[in-house]
Design a protein around this ligand. Structure first.
Ligand SMILES: Cc1ncc(C[n+]2csc(CCOP(=O)(O)OP(=O)(O)O)c2C)c(N)n1
Ligand SMILES: [Mg+2]
Length: 275
């Protein structure tokens, strides 16, 4: 299955909205993590618009797909996509990180809003995703489980315990999408803690694993389609991305991992994004 021109337009528009929302939400909150979700916007939008079977009608259906944001700090992008898919009104986005808001600075499980797992403490998402995928198989559900992860999160040992178990149980309904932007909280990956070639690592653990340009929505769609063809192995899609993608002064800078743009920077960023 290839994307239609209309799907491509819709995914690109959704990704641009994710980038604008990430800027607006962190600016309004005066804190948060804008860079990661801007880099993930293209592959996340392709997943949410063209593959993930989750919408306002089926949010409580046990046989729906599941999505876990293992790298929970990038939740501005998740909230933007859930709002775009009609799980809650977009106006709520500006309550991000405010006291009493369900849109916390790291995801808090809330099935009414489409948030399948509380995350933020890195390393847990893939384990829980593997458990969900195993349960789905045992129940003979069509459910697919998607986990977003990151290069920084791949420094956590628990990721590799989950990778071992998922291959052992043949969880072909599990797909991890790894945001590989070469950056984590403290700087460049190979200076902080080099995780090396994640495609080779997942393959060595018994996974179907591919490297793609995480900004190429046709490549993302192709990799997600290929994952669905697997019958015995879980799939890892290593998405090579640029943190802060779309805004010249934010691109490829670790500084934008966890700092909100001030009013002037937000205005400049939104102008670059065509707002
Ligand atoms: C268990 C745990 N250890 C440390 C942290 C602190 N922390 C938050 S984000 C982050 C870096 C994660 O790297 P990555 O997801 O690649 O960051 P990004 O590319 O989005 O900048 C760290 C170490 C955490 N959230 N959880
Ligand atoms: Mg990273």
């Amino acid at each position: 299955m290839t994307l239609t021109d209309q799907q491509r337009d819709e995914i690109r528009a959704a990704a641009n909205t994710v980038r604008q929302d990430s800027v607006r939400m962190t600016n309004a909150a005066t804190c948060g993590h804008p860079g990661g979700p801007m880099g993930m916007a293209d592959f996340m939008s392709t997943l949410f618009l063209a593959h993930l079977n989750l919408n306002a009608e089926n949010r409580h259906d046990p046989e729906r797909d599941r999505f876990i944001l293992g790298n929970g700090h990038t939740c501005a992008g998740l909230y933007s996509l859930l709002a775009q898919k009609g799980l809650f009104p977009s106006e709520s986005l500006l309550e991000f990180r405010k006291f009493g808001s369900p849109l916390q600075g790291h995801p808090h499980r809330n099935l009414d809003l489409g948030i399948d797992m509380s995350t933020g403490s890195l390393g847990n998402g893939l384990s829980v995703g593997a458990g969900m995928a195993l349960a789905a198989k045992q129940n003979n559900w069509e459910t697919r489980v998607y986990v977003a992860s990151s290069d920084g999160e791949s420094q956590e040992g628990q990721i590799w315990e989950a990778a071992t178990a998922a291959a052992h149980y043949g969880l072909s309904n599990l797909t991890v999408m790894v945001d590989f932007n070469n950056i984590q909280i403290d700087g460049v990956m190979r200076e902080v803690m080099d995780v090396r070639d994640l495609r080779e690592k997942y393959a060595a653990f018994g996974w179907h694993a591919v490297d793609i340009d995480g900004h190429d929505i046709d490549a993302v769609d192709g990799a997600l389609c290929a994952a669905k063809e697997e019958t015995t192995r879980p799939s890892a899609i290593i998405c090579h991305t640029t943190i802060g993608k779309g805004v010249s002064f934010m691109e490829d800078k670790a500084a934008w991992h966890g700092v909100a743009p001030n009013d002037e920077q937000a205005q400049e960023a939104l102008a670059e994004l065509g707002a």
